[in-house]
Design a binder for this molecule. Structure first.
Ligand code: S3P
Length: 170
């Protein structure tokens, strides 16, 4: 690894494997991981669905920004970000300042397969079909591309292969 004492931020659309890949990087390389959504859930004592329904998406996005600021002080961790983390310019800047940003990507078909039985994501409610996933993904594509230092396509690869690819490229 060439960059020491820098975080690795995993970004990408819902269902692109950020959580699974971060766990594999912990297992393979002993990297400490932080799942931003889990921290937010613990801090709020509410699920993501509840936060969106009761306080709105903007409130959730504020929590994400707050969390990125808190995590900046930690030492050399893998930060598994929610799929919408890149939407705010401030968040993209905070990540750039504190580490290397890895964009995990997958096709809408693969994403659908991974998210279809999971109702924990408010932004996919009523959108569990290839057309809607493709549309939302396209809408966000520029933000992912702008944020990313490295893009990794995950289709047809195992989680471990993706983890190794990231480890070797940072
Ligand atoms: C979101 C992605 C989710 C979670 C929230 C919003 C999004 O994270 O942060 O439901 O808008 O893309 P995952 O990408 O881990 O599912």
């Amino acid at each position: 690894m060439s960059k020491v004492n820098r975080h690795i931020y995993l970004i990408g659309f819902m269902g692109c494997g950020k959580t699974s890949v971060s766990i594999a990087m912990n297992q393979l390389y002993g990297k400490n991981i932080v799942e931003v959504d889990d921290r937010i859930i613990a801090k709020e004592g509410r699920s993501i669905n509840q936060i969106f329904a009761e306080s709105g998406e903007n409130y959730f996005r504020d929590l994400e920004t707050e969390m990125l600021k808190e995590l900046a002080d930690e030492d050399n961790i893998i930060v598994s970000c929610g799929g919408g983390m890149v939407l705010r310019e401030e968040n993209r800047r905070l990540m750039k300042e504190n580490g290397v940003i890895i964009w995990l990507d997958a096709t809408p078909e693969t994403i659908l397969d991974r998210v279809k039985d999971d109702d924990s994501r408010p932004n996919l409610k009523g959108k569990k079909n290839v057309k809607d996933i493709k549309a939302l993904k396209n809408k966000r594509a520029d933000a992912y591309a702008e944020a990313a230092d490295i893009k990794v396509d995950t289709d047809g690869k195992t989680i471990r292969e993706v983890a190794k690819e990231i480890y070797e490229s940072v």
